[in-house]
Design a protein around this ligand. Structure first.
Ligand SMILES: NC(=O)c1ccc[n+]([C@@H]2O[C@H](COP(=O)([O-])OP(=O)(O)OC[C@H]3O[C@@H](n4cnc5c(N)ncnc54)[C@H](O)[C@@H]3O)[C@@H](O)[C@H]2O)c1
Length: 448
């Protein structure tokens, strides 16, 4: 009689199928909180872990700190057992742990994995056999296998090891990148396919079975490194293409050609072209940062990622280009930037969101101030701004009825609730970095 191999994943797969698996999400930010809500909607009991006591307290009283997530959604999740905690000992009660903590760059533009390693060190003592641990934070290929697995194995007191197949005992590890596009309401989160790479096929299958409960399609790849690289390819693709149109915009301005008109014409081609749009510079947690994770890792292989460096150079120069155009537009009207009053419209890094991370508006405000301008801002999503890691503004949003007082209004973020014809009508001068005033023929508009 043939012996059947033991399958240690059966129990977890059964718990997932019956929605009795407990899901722990570490990092209740822009990625982790919406993910928690998706699992709650699927009737899982979810526990959110965060080291920020303010976030934990807000969530536990049914509140939200992300504009597009109403408190009612948190309260609905609470009815399914959702709770937030700072207590890592509760990791022991989880069947699945998904890590969504920040992966920024340090001051030398190198990967800062301290949030990931900090989290892994905190959960390692509570890891148990059969548990699935998934990293979602964007990072360089190799992080899961070279950083996360060794730490989990070294720092868990029971000597548990990663299980590379269903017959082995231990815990399962996978990487699955987050692909959210904040503010994009055209694609439902469920419809975004979920890429999964496991440390072995059993981990990949387990992770796929977990994500299949909340995503319509999962895309298994052969390893965590392939999944890590997939996310970077997606973001590098965007970064390089945005740099291309940012450079072409500068050329088109000299040639007196409207690049937006050109892009609109080009995108009628039914194959081989995807439109990207120029802007005032890159923002957000992903595009300005993630490519440099790969550049850094590439050095280990004596490889220089020239496309990434060049795209970075072009995109980083865009806020300076905007400020030069503001200076030029004012001087054409007989005014110096130094001493002029400038109102920046939009502080968030892109339309209709409240996220300020790496926003080009912050750099533009700082550059304008350094050149002696008196700067204020308006943003319907950001009523006030204090200090961040890279800025100290301490400002509150200026009401739009004060537009006539300013020598120049600079449109940096094209929020859809702005009434652009009304803004142009009231302003002395408008510098538009987003083509938001398209179709408005007025002599006081400078598009750059
Ligand atoms: N925001 C996006 O649109 C987006 C999209 C795709 C991928 N990502 C990636 O997802 C990851 C998370 O990004 P985010 O935007 O959610 O970040 P975020 O800053 O909004 O949230 C991260 C959360 O993790 C918490 N945290 C930090 N260290 C912790 C620890 N040791 N234990 C528990 N919690 C901890 C923070 O307090 C914060 O609440 C990053 O790697 C990012 O690159 C983000």
């Amino acid at each position: 009689m043939a012996l059947t191999a033991v399958d240690n994943t059966v129990e977890l797969r059964h718990r997932v199928a019956t929605r009795t698996a407990r899901i722990g999400i570490v990092g209740m930010g822009y990625v982790g909180l919406p993910l928690s809500l998706l699992f709650s909607e699927e009737r899982f009991r979810v526990t959110g872990f965060d080291i920020d006591p303010h976030k934990v307290e807000t969530l536990n009283r049914g509140g939200s700190y992300i504009v597009r997530i109403p408190g009612a959604e948190i309260q609905r999740a609470q009815q399914q057992g959702f709770a937030a905690t700072e207590d890592y000992a509760q990791i022991a009660q989880m069947d699945v742990v998904i890590i969504c903590v920040p992966t920024p760059l340090n001051e030398y533009h190198e990967p800062d994995l301290s949030y990931v390693t900090g989290t892994v060190r905190s959960i390692a003592p509570h890891v148990h056999e059969g548990q699935l641990i998934v990293l979602e934070s964007t990072t360089y290929p190799g992080t899961t296998e070279e950083v996360m697995v060794p730490l989990l194995e070294a720092e868990n007191p029971s000597g548990l090891r990663v299980a590379r197949d269903a017959a082995s005992r231990g815990f399962y590890v996978a990487f699955s990148p987050e692909r959210e596009d904040p503010g994009n309401d055209t694609v439902a989160r469920r419809d975004i396919p979920k890429v999964v790479g496991g440390c072995g096929p059993a981990a990949a299958e387990l992770a796929s079975s977990v994500y299949s409960t909340i995503f319509n399609r999962t895309v298994p790849v052969s390893s965590p490194a392939a999944a890590e690289m997939t996310k970077l390819l997606e973001n590098i693709y965007r970064c390089v293409n945005i740099a291309l149109v940012n450079e072409l915009k500068q050329l088109c301005m000299r040639m007196d050609i409207d690049l937006f008109e050109v892009i609109d014409a080009a995108k009628t081609k039914p194959f081989g072209f995807q439109p990207f749009y120029p802007g005032p510079g890159l923002g957000g947690h992903c595009i300005p940062i993630d490519p440099f994770y790969l550049s850094w890792k590439a050095k280990e292989f004596d490889f220089h990622t020239r496309f990434i460096e060049l795209a970075g150079e072009v995109n980083l120069a865009m806020p300076y280009f905007v400020v030069e155009n503001v200076m030029e537009a004012l001087s054409q009207r007989g005014k110096a930037l130094c001493g002029s009053r400038v109102l920046v419209l939009g502080l968030a890094y892109k339309r209709d969101i409240d996220d300020l991370r790496e926003s080009p508006s912050l750099t533009i405000i700082e550059l304008l101030q350094k050149r002696g301008a008196q700067v204020e801002y308006n943003d319907p999503f950001v009523p006030s701004v204090g200090r961040g890691r890279k800025y100290a503004l301490n400002m509150t949003s200026t009401p739009l009825d004060r537009i006539p007082e300013f020598d120049c209004v600079v449109i940096v973020t094209d929020h859809s609730q702005y009434d652009y014809p009304a803004i142009v009508a009231k302003a002395q001068l408008v510098v538009d970095t987003r083509n938001a005033t398209r179709g408005i023929g007025a002599a006081n508009i400078v598009r750059c």
